[in-house]
Design a protein around this ligand. Structure first.
Ligand code: TA6
Length: 277
């Protein structure tokens, strides 16, 4: 399979979603021809390095990992197409992707697993439904999971993010110290890398493309990571342009603080809905 293999969900009206099978990375989501996701102009599509932008799939580890690459292997693994895009009776379009353990994943993580990733493209929404199953008869595993969504914005400094009020967060840009955010809405004016815990089920980001709002609804994803590298760190990231950081904000739904524990034969499900308002 070529490094650049993509699957396109097309709902008509210039509303599409493009998935690169490398990492099952959603690399584009256009609503009425308006791109909603940020992908760096410097992004590298070599089938080796994770794609800088869109929605990289973080699994089974968030952050640095002693046994494998940062943020795990799912975002750099070849996923399978379980079901090619198909129109549902509602007019929405569905596609299903999957990833199972193989020699590559077992070289880092010796567990059997099966990930199912179902995307549904609606008129103004993109649904992400995830299932992870432990088919083993003996072994229990624990894992983290997160959708590392990069939203496209005209200027991150003008965005406000709701749903984080009163939440505790680990500040990765300040030695992992834990704080509480007392702000009604979160704004970003500096390098920000925070793991917010037990966040609200819904976030709204203001001033995304065309000055609209983006609603994020999440289920079984208790944590939300907020990331923007800002100017200095952006210069150190080779696949991100020095001047691109104002045009992105990562608001990432996941399960990080309390890992998922899967006993033999059990499964975990979580989902996210993005909606242009
Ligand atoms: O999700 C936030 C974060 O963990 C940041 O700390 C930052 O390092 C970012 O992910 C990007 O990681 P990457 O491996 O894609 O460069």
């Amino acid at each position: 399979m070529a490094a650049t293999s993509v699957v396109v969900l097309d709902r008509g009206n210039n509303t599409t979603c493009t998935v690169n099978l490398f990492g099952a990375t959603v690399v584009s989501w256009r609503v009425n021809n308006q791109e909603q996701l940020f992908v760096s102009k410097q992004a590298i599509f070599d089938g080796k390095r994770p794609i800088r932008g869109g929605v990289p799939f973080v699994f089974p580890q968030f952050g640095d990992w002693a046994f494998g690459p940062m943020h795990g292997f799912a975002r750099i693994a070849r996923w399978h197409v379980e079901k090619m895009p198909e129109r549902l009776p509602s007019g929405d379009v569905e596609a299903i992707f999957s990833l199972m353990d193989d020699d590559f994943t077992r070289s880092m993580w010796h567990f059997q697993f099966r990930l199912t990733y179902r995307l549904i493209l609606r008129e103004k929404e993109l649904h992400f439904n995830i299932g992870v199953y432990n088919p083993s008869k003996e072994l229990t595993f624990s894992c983290q999971m997160l959708l590392h969504t990069y939203f496209k914005v005209p200027d991150v400094r003008r965005c406000q993010i709701t749903g984080l009020h009163g939440c505790m967060f680990i500040d990765k840009s300040r030695d992992g110290v834990m704080y509480q955010d007392t702000r009604e809405v979160v704004t970003i004016n500096e390098c920000t890398s925070r793991i917010y815990q037990n966040t609200m089920q819904e976030h709204i980001i203001t001033n995304v493309v065309s000055g609209r709002k983006m609603r994020i609804q999440k289920y079984n994803f208790p944590d939300t990571v907020i990331w923007n590298p800002w100017a200095e760190l952006a210069k150190e990231i080779p696949d991100l342009g020095d001047d691109e950081f104002p045009n992105m904000v990562c608001v990432e739904a996941g399960r990080i603080a309390t890992p998922i524990v899967l006993l033999p034969g059990t499964a975990f499900e979580a989902s996210q809905i993005l909606q242009v308002m």
